[in-house]
Design a protein around this ligand. Sequence first.
Ligand code: FES
Length: 264
Amino acid sequence: MCETEQKKQVTPRVATGDRAILPEGAKTIPVYIMGKKYEVPETLTIMKAMEFAGFHFLRGAGCRGGICGACPTVYRMAGDYKLHFGLACQTVVAADMYLAQIPFFPANRADYSIDEIGGLPEAIHALYPEIFRCVACNQCTKACPMDVDVLGYISALKQGNIEKAAKLSFDCIQCGLCASRCLGEIPQYHVAQLARRVYGRYILPNAEHLKARTAAIESGYYDKMLDELEKMSKEELEKRYVEREREPDFAEVGSWKPEETRYL
Ligand code: FES
C-alpha cells in the first residue's frame, strides 16, 4: 500500500465549511439516512452529517441558515413512534436518528394576479376553497419547524381575518411540512403567502415616505450613484461593502443616522 493510500485510511473524513466540525478522533454516532446506517460526528447538523456521509445537495439546500425553507426533514428516534420535524441546516443529529429529507412537497398553488383579486377574504376562499376542509387536527402546527401557529392562521382566514392570518404566518419560510401532514390536503404555506400579499397590497396603510422615495428613484436621483457602482470591480465593491457605515446593533429606533447622508 502506498503512503498516500495509508494516509487516506487513517485520516477521518470531515465535512467542510461548518464550524461544528470535530477534531480528529472525535466521537461519532450512528444515524440512518434514507434507511441506511452511517457513522457521523455527533455535533454536525443533519445537512452537514449527510454531506459527511457522502450526499451532495443539488436540491434540498439553500441558505443553510434557517431562512429559505429548502431543507425540511422528518425524523424519528429509535424506539419511539413519534415523528419529529426540523430543518436539516439547523437540527443537530442524535444517535439512532432515522431521517429523510422532503425538499419539495407537491402542494396545490393557486394562479392569480394580486392586482386583480381584490382585498376581501372571499378572494382567498375562492382561490383556496380547501381551507374549509380543515378538521383542526393541528398536525400542521406540530410539524412547523418555525413554531408558526398554522392552525391559527388557517382558522383566522376561514373567519375572514386576513390581518390576523398575515401576522400569525409572518415567520413562515415556505418549507411545506405543514402541507405534508394535512388531512384536508390544504397547502397552508401557499395560502399564508397569499394572505400576506393581500394584507400588504390592500389592507396595510401605504407608507408615506415610500411615495417620496419612489418619486426620487423615478426622477433619476440615484442614477449617478448606480452608474458608479456598476463600473466598480468586484474587489472595490467588496471593500465598499465591508467598510460601509453600519447601524449599531442596539441603536434606539430612529436615533441613528449615517455620516454620509447624500442619498437618504
Ligand atoms: S437550507 Fe435554507 S432553511 Fe435550511
